[in-house]
Design a protein around this ligand. Structure first.
Ligand SMILES: *Cc1c(COP(=O)(O)O)cnc(C)c1O
Length: 430
């Protein structure tokens, strides 16, 4: 981007006033080099920069924009709802409607509480699991991201049975030592830790489809085996469906895999673009929360009427059928179209394309990719060239190899075809 653009001016100012120029690290483009662009508006599958460039967007504000950007129905309901007040701090009817909607959609959720971000949702799940089991240690998996919760910013020690280390300055080693970080898709290591520590483990938390190290899938039997071990040792199973919830299916990935976790963390799509998270699960567990139980959890803006209205409307729109297909079925069709095109481009190239529903990732590695260690073998310099090549031609993928792409209902066949043609042109040069 040339030094005279509006984006570059704003970036210079940002760097002076905001740490690293951004309010969330990956936005800074450090994984791909260069400087980020600033957005002035977004509509459908396009975003428009402050320099009036229009891009086909596969970031979708990191997942929430499942209908596309600025869907009319959501914009309208936010306007209408705002006329009656922005926040009450006392129950409002939309909270009941949201709870009804979530409990009817997500198979394992009997009771639910609303929060303001995915981070709050996972943090609250961990506290609830610890409080309910009266145990302190937890299991998480490498490559799974659960927001910036102290207990979850922990990387593996050398070997599964050594203590975890803080993955951020400011996380006390004493707290990190309570988190065991294991490789994804490796049931043997889960079994080992349960054999050694089983009665101290409060919970295991994971993204059932990890989508924060690119995108890879659980091997057949992994989730089932994990659930069986949790049950055997009295630990809770927590699915972090902040990204996959309401995206891969009405009821998230748990609907597709048929496993009912004890607790589920939600976010992103459920907020319709406003700041929302939620967590829920078995009623007996959720009833351990304040004010009726001993586990404290609260939020000034939790259940905010604008956010509830936006999320409910977004979910209602997903139910609308076009040619006999609901939103999720339409997304599967769009995903399949992009997958077919991308696979035809990478034949005989050392690349791996993964997709489930409307989420996808192109790894610059021949594969297989089943865990973080595999994902890290990607040629990130090639990814950076691909990213910038696509961006300069009008297609915006996430600025890191280790992020998933998102297709929305607003991505037309024309947009998908244009994307594939641009990807073909760029891949030829790498
Ligand atoms: C985005 C994400 C989070 C964190 O959500 P925030 O709203 O950014 O706090 C947690 N878990 C997963 C799986 C996510 O993708």
């Amino acid at each position: 981007m040339s030094a005279t653009t509006l984006s570059s001016h704003l970036w210079t100012e940002s760097l002076r006033l905001i740490p690293g120029g951004v309010n969330s690290p990956v936005r800074a483009f450090r994984a791909v080099g260069g400087i980020p662009f600033f957005v002035k508006s977004a509509s459908g599958c396009h975003i428009t920069t402050v320099d009036d460039e229009t891009l086909i967007d596969y970031v979708g504000t990191w997942g929430p924009a499942i209908l596309g950007h600025a869907p009319q129905a959501v914009i309208d309901v936010i306007h209408e709802t705002a006329k009656h007040g922005l926040s009450f701090g006392i129950p409002n009817p939309l909270e009941v409607e949201m709870a009804k909607t979530i409990t009817s959609m997500v198979p394992s959720i009997e009771k639910v509480r609303m929060v303001n971000s995915g981070t709050e949702a996972t943090m609250s799940c961990i506290r609830l699991a610890r409080g309910a089991t009266r145990r302190d240690e937890i299991i998480k998996f490498e490559g799974c991201y659960h927001g910036h919760v102290d207990s979850l910013l922990v990387k593996a020690g050398s070997g599964a049975l050594t203590f975890g280390h803080p993955d951020s300055a400011g996380v006390p080693a004493a707290l990190a030592s309570l988190t065991h970080t294991l490789p994804f898709n490796d049931l043997d290591q889960v079994e080992q830790i349960f054999q050694k520590k089983g009665r101290q483990i409060a919970c295991a938390i994971l993204e059932p489809v990890p989508a924060n190290a690119g995108l890879y899938l659980p091997k057949p039997g992994f989730l089932e085996g994990l659930q069986a071990l949790c049950q055997e040792y009295g630990a809770l199973l927590i699915f972090d469906e902040v990204m996959t919830g309401f995206r891969l299916a009405r009821g998230g990935f748990q609907e597709l895999c048929g496993i009912k976790p004890d607790l589920t963390a939600l976010g992103k799509v459920i907020g319709g673009g406003l700041p929302v998270g939620a967590f829920g699960g078995r009623a007996d567990l959720m009833d351990q929360l304040a004010p009726i139980g001993p586990v404290y959890q609260a939020g000034t803006l939790s259940g905010n009427p604008l956010a509830m209205a936006a999320g409910l409307t977004q979910l209602r729109e997903m139910e609308h059928q076009v040619a006999g297909l609901n939103g999720w079925e339409q997304l599967e069709e769009k995903g399949a179209i992009l997958e077919t095109k991308m696979r035809s481009l990478i034949v005989s190239k050392p690349l791996t394309f993964h997709r489930i529903g409307s989420m996808f990732c192109l790894y610059f590695h021949p594969g297989p990719v089943n865990n973080l260690e595999d994902a890290k073998k990607s040629r990130t310099e090639d990814f950076a060239r691909f990213f910038h090549g696509c961006l300069s031609r009008g297609v915006y993928f996430a600025p890191s190899q280790f992020e998933a792409g998102f297709i929305s209902l607003a991505h037309t066949l024309e947009a998908l075809e244009k994307t594939a043609a641009i990807a073909a042109e760029v891949l030829e040069k790498i």
